[in-house]
Design a protein around this ligand. Structure first.
Ligand SMILES: Nc1ncnc2c1ncn2[C@@H]1O[C@H](COP(=O)(O)OP(=O)(O)OP(=O)(O)O)[C@@H](O)[C@H]1O
Length: 662
């Protein structure tokens, strides 16, 4: 309390004159101090460090020493005077203490960024060298460093240096399974494995494969099918040796046959089932993809008792429920062995379909896994896992056989035979980010990869060249430098003059797709259609079918068809709008050159995009893009019709706008 009072004691003069007088006294004192300082500054700068130090500084030193030693107690009067002085310094912003601070600030603006003899930019900071620190100690109270004290500056690093320097690349330290994958060859024309070389595949399935024109396995199939069949060799109970099988991650180029790599072993593993339960669940990001995969399952289960159900929301919930479960006198009967679903609709069925159970789920297949990881915020995976491990009444006589979440493997934990849940991840651009993959709760995962070769600490030059993602071997990459106004002309030139019969053209938005579609339609001479969320699922299905049948020459699409869609005979992919991400590029261009065929990809680049885009691809180790310059003389013949089409487009847009408002 006493201390508090003393600290706020305003001084004898102030007490006399009251608040107004106190301010005036303070002002006068500040003015006199400023005058004093002015006089001190007048001598030459070299004198500043010489014995003529300000009186206040001289006075302070012995006092401080006394306090530290504690040998000579200060009198109350001396203490009061010192406090008053400290108050003055704080208020005056010009006393020795402030001057020192101002000096260091000044030092930060000019001497801090200096050039050493070696030309290295240096900074004085809290990490200054001892020599520099002593020089600073000799500085005058106003912050100026005397010339003889400054001396040569020691080399050091700039903090926040302004020079543009490339930041060193941080090498990720990957877990062993990611750093050392099982390498899968990517050439689907050369590295084929004849069907008979993998005798583990059931003869009926081999027959089906041949019936569908497949005589050899592609490399990813030759690697993954035997691995999966081996892990499923013990039927529906724990894998080989009594242990739970590893989860598998597969990263292989677009069009390399990843779908069959899981369809064949899953169908074979389920062939021996007696009772129908949902034992395989495939989750895909879009309705179209789910439909495509369910079609492949249907082909290979056609002659078996296995049933496949598609739940994507294309049909009503009630209709889908009818394909999943049937009400019986004593409960529900499952009607599907394999469910192919989109995540949202799947969760609807977990919540709302009585009798829909995932407790016997053996395979959880996540196709386009990197995209599905991006949709993890929808929490579909925890819902699926919870449904798969849902435990019934512990008093149930079958409780011993019920599945439990994986814990530490002990002799006791493996003595009860359990059906394992194995996760299988597939993508052409599988993430290598362990944090992202960790969200999937993988069990002792194993990676099969064509592109992510040995990226651990000991990365070799060869590995760097192998690139982040692998592209189909038969794909040729081009880019066309062009202006914004000439982009539609370039597309028309590619379609009309280069004679491609099936062209897939990507834009970055559905508005862009629609306008380009209207423009090309108005230009005439091209069978054109658009594919985007403007259309319902039924219309989209019909459009894709027509495109596949060759009735549409140019399909203008958003990224809705960029992933997984397998349309036979696409010869050319045009990136009308350059993709922003490498992953998008990989999937878009992967709609051509599938299954060992050849294909071309053209990306239209504005001048401002060129450098960044080419650098993005080069850094990812993508094959070099061939520059394809289209001179104005080549495009000139198209211009008159194009201008007419432009004015028609304007009319169409106005008309649509009017209809929208009506
Ligand atoms: N062994 C094979 N022999 C011949 N054709 C095959 C073989 N395996 C798959 N295909 C065909 O290759 C095409 C591409 O297969 P799939 O759609 O499975 O590729 P993907 O690797 O999943 O591609 P994406 O990453 O784009 O989804 C399909 O038309 C498929 O029928």
């Amino acid at each position: 309390m006493a201390l508090f009072y003393v600290a706020r004691y305003p001084g004898p003069e102030a007490a006399e004159v009251g608040a107004h007088g106190r301010a005036r006294t303070l002002l006068e004192r500040l003015q006199s101090r400023a005058r004093e300082r002015q006089q001190q500054r007048e001598p030459a700068p070299t004198e500043a460090a010489a014995p003529t130090e300000p009186a206040s500084r001289k006075r302070r030193r012995p006092r401080r020493r006394r306090r530290v030693n504690g040998s000579e107690p200060e009198s109350p009067e001396a203490r009061r005077g010192k406090r008053r002085k400290a108050d003055d310094e704080d208020a005056g912003a010009g006393g020795p203490r402030r001057a020192g601070r101002a000096g260091s600030l000044r030092g930060a603006s000019d001497p801090v960024l200096t050039r050493s003899p070696a030309g290295v930019c240096r900074a004085e900071s809290s990490e200054e060298a001892p020599g520099e620190r002593s020089a600073r100690a000799k500085a005058a109270p106003d912050g100026r460093v005397p010339e003889e004290a400054a001396g040569p500056l020691a080399p050091g690093l700039v903090l926040g240096g302004f020079g543009r320097r490339k930041a060193p690349k941080v090498q990720p330290f990957l877990p062993k399974w990611l750093a050392e994958p099982s390498c899968v060859r990517k050439n689907v024309t050369e590295d084929l494995v004849p069907i008979e070389d993998i005798p583990e595949v059931h003869p009926d399935l081999q027959k089906q494969l041949r019936a569908h024109g497949i005589s050899s396995y592609f490399p990813v199939q030759a690697a993954v099918i035997p691995a999966l069949l081996e892990s499923a060799a013990c039927g529906f109970l724990v894998g080989r040796g009594g242990y739970r099988p590893s989860d598998l991650c597969v990263s292989a180029p677009t069009g390399s046959g990843k779908t069959l790599a899981f369809v064949i072993p899953v169908v074979q593993a389920l062939l021996s089932r007696v009772v129908c339960h949902v034992r395989a669940l495939v989750v895909l990001p879009t309705k179209e993809l789910a439909q495509q995969v369910s079609k492949v399952f249907n082909i290979y289960t056609d002659t078996t008792p296995l049933r496949v159900s598609l739940v994507t929301g294309q049909k009503s919930l009630a209709k889908e429920q009818e394909s999943l479960v049937q009400k019986t006198a004593d409960g529900y009967r499952c009607l599907a062995d394999i469910v192919v679903a989109t995540p949202g609709r799947l969760v609807d069925h977990i919540d709302q379909t009585p009798g829909f159970s995932l407790q016997q789920l053996r395979f959880l297949i996540i196709d386009e896994a990197d995209r599905m990881i991006d949709s993890m915020h929808q929490s579909w995976l925890p819902r699926v896992v919870a449904a798969a491990f849902q435990s019934e009444d512990p008093a149930d006589p079958c409780a011993l056989l019920q599945r439990r979440q994986a814990q530490a493997v002990t002799a006791a934990s493996i003595c009860c035979p359990q059906m394992p849940l194995q996760k299988l991840l597939f993508s052409a651009t599988l993430t290598q980010n362990p944090e992202k993959l960790q969200q999937l709760g993988l069990y002792q995962p194993r990676l099969f990869s064509s592109g992510l070769a040995h990226r651990g600490l000991e990365e070799t030059d060869e590995d760097k060249e192998s690139g982040k993602y692998a592209f189909p071997v038969g794909l040729t990459h081009h880019y066309v430098p062009c202006s914004l106004s000439s982009k539609p002309l370039v597309v028309l030139h590619l379609v009309l003059e280069m004679g491609f019969s099936r062209v897939l053209c990507f834009t970055n938005s559905r508005e862009n797709s629609h306008r380009l579609f209207l423009l090309v339609q108005a230009f005439g001479g091209v069978d054109v259609a658009e594919f985007s969320s403007r259309y319902g699922p039924g219309q989209r299905r019909a459009i894709l079918k027509q495109f596949e049948q060759g009735k549409i020459q140019l399909l203008i699409s958003t990224d809705a068809t960029a992933r997984g869609i397998d349309v036979q005979g696409v010869e050319l992919v045009v990136n009308y709008d350059a993709p922003q991400y490498l992953r998008t590029y990989v999937h878009r261009v992967g709609r051509t050159a599938r299954a060992g065929k050849t294909g071309q990809a053209f990306t239209l680049l504005l001048k401002v995009q060129e450098r960044r885009f080419l650098r993005m691809l080069a850094e990812a180790g993508a094959p070099e893009l061939q520059r394809h310059e289209l001179s104005s003389t080549l495009l000139q013949p198209l211009v008159p019709r194009y201008e007419e089409a432009l004015s028609q487009l304007e009319e169409s847009v106005k008309e649509e706008h009017r209809q929208k408002l009506a």
